[in-house]
Design a protein around this ligand. Structure first.
Ligand code: ADP
Ligand code: MG
Length: 535
């Protein structure tokens, strides 16, 4: 420490060790990093599995989120540590690629870090640990292919797909109606899927929510929902085989501009003007009828008199529809947006098999359903729920389910869940360890132990004795060679995941192991942490 003076004679202190203090090197750096990673994993560990806990997160402006989704928890958590941020990224990349398994991947990475710490303490070089992990992960991924099963489904028999989505949903807050939601998710995915190319464009599935009603009322609409109603309460609420005119021009007589002057000094003149205005609008309605429109969707409004006339002439209309929705309707119904009234022709009309208005609750809450559209495979999942938080969480859970269904269409291999795949891999990796003569052997064996932490966490979260349960299942797997025995989280009475119908996708599980290994290797190779010095 030294005392110095600046040009104004004010004293200040120079701390010589300052640079060293904000810098960690060697084993200290690795240990600090491992601890940071473990801390994040510990938070998520209790959320894993069907009996996992949920987290409540409050944002700086007071919004509350309740969720069970690993990626969302980490996204909303305000982490400061750089290594912790890597774990957040890890969860995000699993979410991005696969959609499900975001909690499991972090728990797995945490377990690998924990094992690595023990190895480092025994004096094994971090690079050797990293290499051992790499070998072990390859063994595990290969073994997964070995125990994976093809599973057949087709458009008429969707039950297997529904079962897999139900596994995903069973760990979420919405598990009360997982059957309904899983069926909706599968039907939605199949509606937009291209089974020949084995591809699904999830953008075509629109997820909408409205507060009110029950979660059970959530429905799949083959078409589009618009938050608008018919302009007149006496207009028909249901139009079959609708031919829709989509207008972005005003649907009313032109107003006199300020520059023009209309002198009305007699009753007759006023009557004429009125008649003319009426006729003008009548002509417009007639024109719509002539081209064959049975419904008018208008971006602009029209006044009450016009509204009355429309009702009278039996031409249902919807007014004040937003531009985005108008575009969606145009795409789905194969219609054209008509910007000038004169341009309205029969070819420009959109077609929909059914347009209906549906009302909700006791309020005047109505929505317009446009279904059986001509052109598009677009579907909407319409979520109902008691409050906004519930709807948001349902959206996230459905996202996971949609992703799982999509992954299965891309690749229909599955492995069994409930930790059974991990236990089986653990046995395989452990058995393979003897084939490696070097120090890596220890790392490979540690990897096998880390794999056990997923079933352990599942057991712990379900209130079972973790070690006893795990060793019993493991023994059973080794004795009977049954890679589908896992943790009976829901206390069904059997730990045969085949019977319980608990599957996960093969690619999802492989991705979890690969991603977790990559991140842990990266963390282990950092031996110098240089942060900007603080003032
Ligand atoms: P993630 O975000 O990783 O998907 P989840 O909370 O969804 O985390 O938990 C997934 C884990 O729970 C998987 O290992 C899965 O096999 C297991 N699991 C899900 N449903 C069941 C069940 N009914 N019985 C046993 N395990 C289950
Ligand atoms: Mg899940």
């Amino acid at each position: 420490m030294a005392l110095a003076f600046d040009e104004y004679g004010r004293p200040f202190i120079i701390i010589k060790e300052q640079e060293q203090k904000s810098r960690l090197r060697g084993l200290d750096a690795q240990k600090a990093n491992i601890n940071a990673g473990k801390a994040v994993a510990r938070i998520l560990r209790t959320s894993l599995g069907p009996k996992g806990m949920d987290k409540m997160l409050q944002s700086p402006d007071g919004d509350v989120t309740i969720t069970n989704d690993g990626a969302t928890i980490l996204e909303q958590m305000d982490v400061d540590n750089q290594i912790a941020k890597l774990m957040v990224e890890l969860s995000r990349s699993q979410d991005y690629e696969i959609g499900d398994g975001t909690t499991g991947v972090v728990v797995m990475a945490g377990a690998l870090l924990e094992q690595a710490e023990k190895l480092l303490e025994r004096g094994i070089h971090p690079v050797r640990v990293a290499e051992g992990y790499e070998m072990a992960s390859r063994i595990a991924v290969e073994h997964l292919e070995h125990i994976a099963q093809k599973f057949d489904f087709n458009v008429t028999n969707i039950e297997p797909l529904v079962q897999t989505c139900m596994t995903t949903l069973s760990s979420k807050i919405v598990n009360r109606c997982k059957q309904t939601l899983a069926e909706i998710a599968v039907k939605a995915v199949l509606a937009v899927a291209d089974l020949e190319r084995k591809d699904v464009n999830l953008d075509l599935i629109k997820v909408e929510g409205k507060v009110g009603g029950k979660l059970e009322d959530t429905e799949l609409v083959y078409g589009i929902i618009v938050d608008k109603d018919m302009s007149h309460p006496q207009m028909p609420k249901r139009i079959e085989d609708a031919k829709i005119a989509i207008l972005t021009c005003p649907f009313e007589p032109p107003k006199p501009k300020t520059k023009h002057k209309v002198d009305i000094d007699t009753v007759e003149k006023f009557q004429t003007l009125r008649q003319q205005e009426l006729k003008y609008f009548d002509d417009m309605v007639q024109k719509c009828k002539d081209v064959g429109a049975t419904l008018v969707i208008c971006q602009w409004g029209f006044d009450d008199e016009a509204n009355h006339l429309l009702m009278h002439r039996n031409l249902p209309a919807v007014r004040w529809v937003g531009g985005v929705e108008l575009e969606l309707i145009a795409i789905a119904t194969g219609g054209r947006i008509v910007p000038r009234f004169q341009e309205l022709t029969p070819e420009k009309l959109g077609r929909a098999g059914l347009v209906r208005e549906k009302s909700f609750g006791t309020t005047k809450d109505r929505m317009l359903y446009i279904e059986q559209c001509a052109n598009s495979r677009a579907v909407t999942i319409f979520i109902r729920g008691g409050n906004k938080m519930m709807i948001e969480e349902t959206k996230r859970s459905l996202h996971d389910a949609l992703c799982v269904a999509r992954n299965l269409i891309r690749n229909n291999s599955i492995v069994y869940g409930g930790g059974s795949a991990e236990i089986s891999c653990s046995i395989a990796v452990d058995a393979a360890a003897y084939r490696y003569p070097g120090v890596e052997q220890y790392a490979i064996r540690s990897f096998s132990e880390a794999l056990d932490s997923i079933p352990m966490a599942l057991a712990e979260n379900s209130g079972l004795q973790p070690i006893e349960t795990l060793s019993a299942v493991k023994l059973q797997q080794i004795k009977e060679n049954t890679p589908f025995c896992g943790i009976d989280c829901n206390d069904v009475g059997t730990n045969n995941m085949q019977e319980q119908n608990v599957f996960e996708t093969l690619i999802g599980k492989q991705q979890q192991i690969l991603l977790a290994t990559q991140v842990v290797k990266m963390i282990l190779k950092i031996d110098d942490v240089i942060s900007p010095s603080e003032y």
